[in-house]
Design a protein around this ligand. Structure first.
Ligand code: ADP
Length: 258
């Protein structure tokens, strides 16, 4: 299983690469994160050697810094980029737990097209909200995959439930990714329209709908991240993972993306 890490410059230089390493720590792939030039690569190598105690490398690195050969991000740019990362991190949480107990303005339900209840997180939300929830759901005429509809939360601590229908995984070439993106984006859009400031998501589609968690978590994190960058009214988004494994996957991917 490849391990991904991020090379970040300690001197406010731009992040250069996501490095993919095998178990023995050998780099098997470097994916440029930003336009990184040759100096950047050289500086990265030198820095590693310098940190390992190579005096010659440390000297060369110092020379590079002094002669400004590296692409140094000015303070303003660096602050902007840090602000955006901080924004995502401070507005965003991944926890392990039960979504029905979340004391937030809204929780999102991974429902099915009928919106009339099901198993998994859907069943848990309906049980906790009480019978009135299904009565309101009956008035909604179902929901298309990738779309979202809103109801009250009834006995839940959350004021609202946003019901969205994730795609069933059919191998990945049946528009699953776009549909899953739609779930997160359309739920967040509804949240903005209803002045919802805090919202929790389950890991949509990764239960009985079979969407691979690695892939689904990246779609979830990217879509939420992009939305938060454009909508400041949402103050907190929590992804509630039900299992330790789901939690670990989301956490690892968040660290990699942000
Ligand atoms: P889907 O049909 O969209 O796959 P599921 O309900 O089967 O929906 O599963 C979605 C995710 O919700 C799974 O990761 C499952 O473990 C998780 N889940 C189940 N119950 C809860 C709960 N009470 N709180 C949070 N997540 C839950």
């Amino acid at each position: 299983m490849p391990i991904a890490g991020q090379e970040v410059n300690p001197m406010k230089l731009k992040p250069a690469y996501i490095t993919i390493e095998d178990e023995d720590g050998n780099i098997i792939e470097r994916i440029p994160m930003t336009a990184a030039d040759d100096d950047w690569i050289r500086a990265g190598r030198l820095r590693k050697k310098a940190e390992a105690g190579d005096k010659e490398a440390a000297k060369k690195l110092k020379e590079m810094e002094n002669t400004q050969m590296m692409e140094v991000v000015d303070d303003e740019q660096a602050d902007e980029s840090e602000k955006s990362q901080d924004n995502m991190k401070s507005n965003f949480q991944i926890i392990k737990g039960d979504i029905t107990t979340q004391q937030l303005d809204a929780i999102v339900n991974a429902a099915n097209n009928s919106l009339l209840g099901g198993g998994g997180v859907d069943g848990a939300i309906h049980r906790a909200a009480g019978k009135e929830l299904i009565e309101e759901c009956k008035t909604l005429n179902g929901c298309e995959t990738g779309q979202a509809k809103i109801t009250k939360g009834y006995k839940l601590p959350a004021k609202y439930v946003i019901h969205t229908v994730g795609p069933v995984w059919r191998g990945g070439d049946k528009n699953e990714e776009k549909l899953l993106e739609g779930c997160y984006r359309n739920s967040l859009k509804l949240a903005v329209e209803h002045n919802i400031k805090t919202i929790a998501f389950p890991s949509i589609s990764t239960g009985v709908y079979g969407y691979p968690i690695e892939k689904a978590s990246i779609v979830a994190l990217k879509t939420i991240h992009d939305f938060l960058e454009q909508h400041e009214s949402i103050k907190k988004v929590v992804i509630v993972c039900f299992s330790q494994n789901d939690y670990d996957v989301y956490r690892d991917n968040l660290d990699m993306l942000v």
